[in-house]
Design a protein around this ligand. Structure first.
Ligand code: GLN
Length: 487
């Protein structure tokens, strides 16, 4: 039996009922990684020994009849910006090539406590800045549906690993779409939870008021299971909300009765590739056939979301990345004349061009004289965007639309044109600005056989509603059961 594309519920029950051991499944994943990773570049590092040890520990617990956590011995992988004690966390950057965090992230602790098996660490855009994994110092991840195309980003490695059957589950981070967009490009489920539902303790910061860790899976069940494991309050993150994550039973039991679906005209306007629009419209018609009602809602300020996001994210990044100076943290240059020169040489050598661009943009936006005109103005727009969502969610339960304007684009196409790259984020970014949850679910293919994603957005803390809508859609369609042919 090939284990690579079994859905998460089947894998989970095979483990729970003892028909499959965690060691068998972990070994199968490690073999598949060994076979496919050289050509897809999803993993930056693999920790086979540690993973097998953990798998044996879970199997042993089960043999002894002890309580096994919700992840039940499922293998998974972490984006390379999530800390694991003493395991290199490069963040896709030369700056952190030799960094071994002295502690575990909250989500790492939770995964261990819930008996997940971490097999390795996933490729990403440098410091999570990008939409194609091409800014990674480790080179781009390749899209398993077409290796000339990008995997999306910044959590591209996570999307590729799940889409190619290397692991059933993965964790990424989403600051402006970095889970949902690569999930859409690679044909898997990717979810950004409500801001504050998953602790950021031990997530290497990009833009702290927007960053959120979330799950990748091939199905709604897997995403819900992983969210249950990692979600909930943590006092070490001051923005963590004092609630617990929805349980997988609660998610799977709830069938959205008469789902009220909102659609936004601007999501289907200029810039949207027609084939993507067609898939998304058909998907919404499928929801209607399942009993949902569809009506229009307005998000009048979302047209300012890219401008507001890139000001806020870069401003926060310029502050967060100040610690990488070759002394506190990060690469230290060999040659320097004095202290200032040490900072300049170290940062100049180890940051890539996109990171430098953002540090400069953010430093400028925060500087005296420009702070009010740029940063403060962006914060005001952010507030308006949130108010638009609050108003829209008075009449609908979820908002449905495209994840990205195009399917996976060719490698190299947008690398020299940052503005076009930033435009990829047009439909995903406003959820981060508003702090609300969003999910990408596979909903079809283009004529070139590239996957297309459907995005659902829900009000703050209605994460289970999103997963239920995804489950409903997956009960009626088979898009998530299609897999790339790989040899
Ligand atoms: N593409 C966006 C950016 O480059 C999103 C990044 C993210 O969500 N980490 O900022």
């Amino acid at each position: 039996m090939s284990l690579h594309y079994l859905n998460t519920a089947e894998l989970h029950s095979a483990l729970t009922e003892g028909r499959l051991s965690s060691r068998q499944l972990t070994t199968a994943c490690l073999n598949r990684i060994e076979m496919l990773n050289p050509s897809l570049n999803a993993f930056i590092s693999v920790n086979a020994d540690q993973a097998l040890l953990q798998a044996d520990r879970v199997d042993e617990k089960r043999r002894r009849g002890e309580r096994v956590g919700v992840l039940g011995g499922l293998p998974l992988a972490l984006k390379d910006n999530i800390c694991q004690k003493l395991v290199p966390a490069t963040c896709g950057s030369r700056m952190l090539q030799n960094f071994r965090p002295p502690y575990n992230a909250h989500v790492t602790e939770r995964i261990e406590a819930e008996d997940g098996v971490i097999v390795g660490r996933l490729n990403m855009d440098e410091f999570a800045m990008g939409s194609s994994t091409e800014t990674s110092f480790a080179g781009p991840s390749l899209n398993p549906w077409n290796r000339q195309r990008t995997a999306g980003g910044s959590s591209g490695g996570a999307a590729v690993a799940v889409a190619s059957g290397m692991v059933p589950l993965a964790l990424g981070s989403d600051t402006g779409g970095s889970i949902r967009q690569p999930a859409s490009f690679c044909g898997v489920v990717g979810m950004k939870p409500t801001y504050g539902l998953v602790s950021r303790y031990g997530l290497i910061a990009y833009a702290s008021s927007l960053d959120q860790i979330g799950p990748f899976s091939r199905d709604a069940f897997g995403a819900g299971l992983l969210l249950q494991a990692i979600g909930g309050h943590d006092s070490r993150d001051s923005t963590s909300i004092p609630v617990s994550a929805p349980s997988i039973e609660e998610i799977m039991a709830g069938v959205p009765g008469k789902l009220r679906v909102g659609i936004v005209d601007e999501h289907f306007g200029e810039g949207l590739q027609p084939e993507v629009g067609d898939c998304v419209r058909q998907a919404i018609a499928e929801l209607e056939a399942a009993g949902a009602t569809v009506s229009k809602v307005e998000l009048p300020h979302s047209k300012f979301s890219i401008a507001a996001y890139y000001l806020i994210a870069c401003s926060e990044a310029s502050s967060n990345l100040a610690r990488y100076d070759g002394i506190h943290y990060g690469h230290r240059a060999d040659q320097f004349s004095d202290m200032t020169d040490l900072y300049c040489q170290s940062r100049g050598e180890a940051f890539g061009p996109e990171v430098k661009r953002r540090i400069m943009l953010g430093t400028y936006a925060l500087s005296a004289g420009y702070y009010d005109a740029y940063y403060l103005k962006a914060l005001k727009v952010r507030r308006r965007i949130r108010e638009d969502f609050d108003r829209a969610f008075q009449s609908v339960d979820i908002i449905a639309g495209p994840v990205a304007p195009t399917p996976a684009f060719p490698l190299g196409e947008k690398l020299d044109d940052p503005l076009t790259m930033y435009l990829c984020d047009i439909y995903t970014i406003s959820a981060n600005l508003a702090g609300i949850p969003g999910i990408s679910v596979p909903c079809g293919f283009t004529s070139d056989h590239l996957p297309v994603g459907l995005q659902f957005l829900a009000p703050e803390l209605q994460d289970s509603r999103l997963l239920q809508a995804a489950k409903l859609f997956q009960q009626r369609t088979k898009w998530h059961e299609q897999h790339p042919e790989l040899s």
